[in-house]
Design a protein around this ligand. Structure first.
Ligand SMILES: NC(=O)c1ccc[n+]([C@@H]2O[C@H](COP(=O)([O-])OP(=O)(O)OC[C@H]3O[C@@H](n4cnc5c(N)ncnc54)[C@H](OP(=O)(O)O)[C@@H]3O)[C@@H](O)[C@H]2O)c1
Length: 325
């Protein structure tokens, strides 16, 4: 396993990370979930991502439990705050009140004294940016979190946050967690250059576009049972963003490229992301142990320039970002 720094900061994360959205503590049962976390850890994964809102705290509880046997200092634990945790007016967002209360609740659910990385899951236009920054900075001083980061903020929002921190000598955000894959290249335009200039590392999510980039969805064929696409309770985002005949056909073309390299399509998709040195970790998701094994091997694959160029031709950077959830 290769480890990269989180941007310009000292902590090192495995290039293959493991997340828990829809999987650990949710659609994956306890035994398989435990096996997936154990296998990931044994395979060198040290970066584990979750969020308070994933299955309303159940993902954090499960992840905390499965990581218990391992030395706390041997992994980097990341969670998030922003999405609704209840129906009340203060049960969401990035106010000082909600951030402080949810940080304590996450620590309890995870069964740990500190989170290595605490991320603002989205930008909160209703809360002054300085309120959120001071809350994060205070949590660092309290020792409850070691670093803070953002997810799906625009380049302008990240730039404003950095400027404020620099001006007042506060702890800067160290990481950005954007949606990023061959099917979602928009961050390349502004977000990646800004983050590089400001020293934030990228820990990117949905690298397989919810499984579409594994090549298992054949255009025109029935959706395989037991997959995320086949489950109406999980497939809304992937159906809206990626599940189009044209995209599925291009993925089949990529499958041919993967075949020529004797690697799996999913591995090629993840290895392509890792060509970018400012990506610190690719946060994968696994519903089954075999998928994790498949995805771990991506860390060993070097994608030749000519193959990458062909992939980028198949999936160019869009002129405009689609509206994303
Ligand atoms: N910051 C945010 O807003 C945000 C949003 C989403 C996710 N995330 C983070 O990013 C992590 C990963 O996101 P994601 O689950 O969307 O990632 P993904 O890699 O795009 O999709 C993972 C899913 O694809 C399928 N899959 C994975 N590996 C496969 C393989 N080798 N072959 C075939 N199918 C495979 C599995 O689904 P099936 O087997 O069920 O088909 C798996 O659950 C999450 O767990 C979470 O920690 C963050």
């Amino acid at each position: 396993m290769e480890y990269r720094q989180l941007g310009r900061w000292g902590v090192r994360v495995s290039v293959i990370g493991l997340g828990s959205y829809l999987t650990i503590g949710h659609h994956v049962d306890t035994e398989e979930g435990r096996r997936i976390i154990e296998r990931a850890y044994e395979g060198g994964v040290n970066f584990f991502d979750t969020a308070n809102a994933y299955n309303l705290g159940e993902a954090e509880k499960a992840l905390g439990q499965y990581l218990k046997p391992f030395g706390r200092s041997s992994f980097v634990l990341a969670s998030k705050v922003f999405a609704p945790m209840g129906k009340g007016p203060n049960d969401r967002g990035l106010s000082r009140k909600h951030v402080f209360e949810q940080c304590d609740a996450s620590l309890k659910r995870l069964g740990t004294d500190y989170m290595d990385l605490y991320q603002c899951h989205r930008y909160d236009a209703q809360t002054p940016l300085e309120e959120t920054i001071h809350a994060m900075d205070d949590l660092i001083h309290q020792g409850k979190i070691l670093y803070w980061g953002v997810s799906e903020w625009t380049a302008l929002q990240i730039g404003d946050a950095c400027t404020y921190c620099e001006r007042w000598g506060l702890n800067l955000p160290v990481s950005n967690q954007p949606r990023y894959s061959l099917l979602w290249r928009y961050p390349e335009k502004e977000v990646f250059p800004l983050c590089q200039a400001k020293g934030l590392g990228q820990v990117v999510f949905s690298p397989l576009a919810h499984g579409v980039l594994s090549g298992k969805y054949i255009p025109g064929a029935p959706i395989p049972e037991g997959t995320r696409a086949a489950d109406a309770s999980q497939n809304e985002i992937m159906m809206n963003l990626y599940f189009k005949e044209e995209i599925l056909s291009r993925v089949q073309e990529m499958k041919r490229l993967a075949g020529e390299m004797s690697v799996a399509t999913a591995q090629l998709a993840v290895a392509w992301i890792l060509r970018r040195s400012t990506v610190s970790s690719v946060i994968t998701g696994a519903t089954r142990l075999e998928q994790l094994d498949d995805n771990l091997k991506a860390a060993e694959i070097k994608v030749p320039d000519e193959v990458a160029a062909r992939m980028e031709e198949l999936f160019p950077v869009p002129d405009q970002q689609l509206a994303a959830p």
